[in-house]
Design a protein around this ligand. Structure first.
Ligand SMILES: NC(=O)c1ccc[n+]([C@@H]2O[C@H](COP(=O)([O-])OP(=O)(O)OC[C@H]3O[C@@H](n4cnc5c(N)ncnc54)[C@H](O)[C@@H]3O)[C@@H](O)[C@H]2O)c1
Ligand SMILES: [Fe+2]
Length: 387
């Protein structure tokens, strides 16, 4: 038996934030990163809460790739404040922190209190990337072990998502590009996932098409409202696809890379994507017969709906890889990790550990090809420049 989950209500479009002043809550905990406070973005939320006469507290200790410690501090504040509304404002890091805070606030003295009523949880993304506003994923970092973990549980999913493009217009070019490729990676990995279904395919297909059409426009001109709205929708739609179909090796590897070297999540995905497609498609071993469950077949389907040359699977897979590389070029995304702080010996010394972490990552379980440690090490080698 299969199941498809479409839980959060999504409010989107111009003035979507007005939804907040309709709420009948008493106390809101707003979870954000310091940029949201410094840039006064958080005021767009608190003005609505004032109108609705909702008391609020702002917790703005969120940092990129949120560590467990941030969530613990947030839980302490939530338990003291006892909110009936939690609002996450920010990118995936703020939304995932809020997910962790709500989830673990149910534990009082290490005991799960299922009978305690849960605060309403509203996620308001300010990047068009992770889709975290509609997913049951929460990515947390264990700084001690330098590992990012993907927690997956339906109790993590927000109740509502609010997509307002006023919040994404300020996203700088590099972050627009990198978070946009995160959306593309979600769409492609959900489409070739071993848990893909007709339901997730429909969403993944739409998200992939929107990214190819609108990401270059949003990158070129951040004030292009149509492009921003389409990318915000694409991010959310891709989230709906992968919260059901899950992801694959690209994300497993991006988490390992982020945990060890703090490469921003979208950039980590972008660097790896052409190589992971090539690896999964396994063209060298492709037989003449058409196996409709193979990754090569599924990538070719993507090429077909994008209108790329795809008369057979060799051409289909190569066209998709070429289209991804052309898109990355347009977005000025580098082909290698160029960080003077990361030396070649650093990398070689950590490859095995990173490869093992990537294989253990929950996202990798639904990858269409089962990877060996040596395969993953070789995939990582592609994105570090040779000395
Ligand atoms: N839960 C999920 O389903 C899921 C899926 C994919 C990735 N993730 C996780 O999400 C995190 C990445 O999230 P992200 O890519 O959205 O980045 P982020 O939340 O880490 O933010 C990146 C930077 O962008 C800035 N920023 C955010 N919104 C802005 C705006 N409107 N204007 C200007 N600057 C802005 C932030 O202040 C920060 O400096 C990673 O930890 C990743 O592993 C989660
Ligand atoms: Fe992602």
């Amino acid at each position: 038996m299969d199941m498809f989950n479409i839980k959060p209500k999504v409010y989107f479009g111009i003035n979507a934030l007005n939804h907040l002043n309709e709420l009948k809550c008493k106390r809101a905990l707003v979870v954000a990163d310091p940029f949201m406070v410094k840039s006064l973005t958080v005021n767009k939320i608190t003005e609505q809460l004032d109108k609705a006469e909702i008391e609020y507290k702002i917790f703005s200790d969120v940092v990129p790739d949120p560590p467990v410690e941030v969530i613990i501090k947030g839980v302490q504040i939530a338990v003291g404040f006892n909110p009936d509304l939690i609002i996450a404002l920010g990118g995936g890091s703020s939304i995932d922190s809020a997910k962790g805070i709500r989830y673990f606030s149910r534990y009082v003295n290490n005991e799960l209190k299922n009978n305690v009523s849960q605060p309403l949880f509203i996620a308001i993304p300010t990047t068009s990337g992770t889709g975290s506003e509609v997913t049951n994923f929460c990515i947390v970092t264990d700084k001690g072990k330098a590992i990012k973990y993907a927690l997956i549980d339906d109790n993590l999913t927000p109740d509502e998502a609010v997509l307002d493009i006023e919040l994404v217009k300020s996203v700088p070019k590099t972050i627009t590009a990198e978070t946009g490729i995160d959306v593309l990676t979600h769409g492609i990995e959900a489409y070739v996932s071993t848990s893909a279904s007709d339901y997730s395919d429909a969403l993944a297909e739409k998200a992939i098409k929107l990214v190819f059409k609108y990401l270059p426009k949003a990158y070129e001109n951040g004030n292009d409202e149509e492009a921003r709205m389409k990318m915000h929708n694409a991010s959310c739609i891709a989230g709906m696809a992968f919260t059901n179909a899950s992801l694959g090796l690209n994300h497993g590897m991006a988490h390992a890379l982020g945990g060890k070297f703090h490469i921003p999540h979208g950039r980590a995905n972008a660097l790896l994507l052409p190589y992971v497609i090539e690896y999964n498609a396994n063209l060298k071993n492709l037989k003449g017969n058409v196996d409709t469950s193979s990754a090569a077949y599924r990538y070719t389907e993507i090429s077909k709906f994008l209108g790329l040359p795809s008369s057979n699977q060799f051409e289909g897979v190569r066209s998709l890889i070429a289209a991804v590389k052309i898109l990355m070029n347009k977005l000025d995304i580098p082909k290698y990790i160029k960080d003077p702080k990361i030396s070649h010996s650093d990398i070689e010394g950590k490859l095995k550990e990173m490869a093992e972490a990537a294989i253990k990552d929950r996202c990798t379980k639904t990858n269409p090809r089962v990877p060996e440690v040596s395969d993953v090490e070789n995939l990582f080698r592609n994105i570090f420049p040779k000395e």
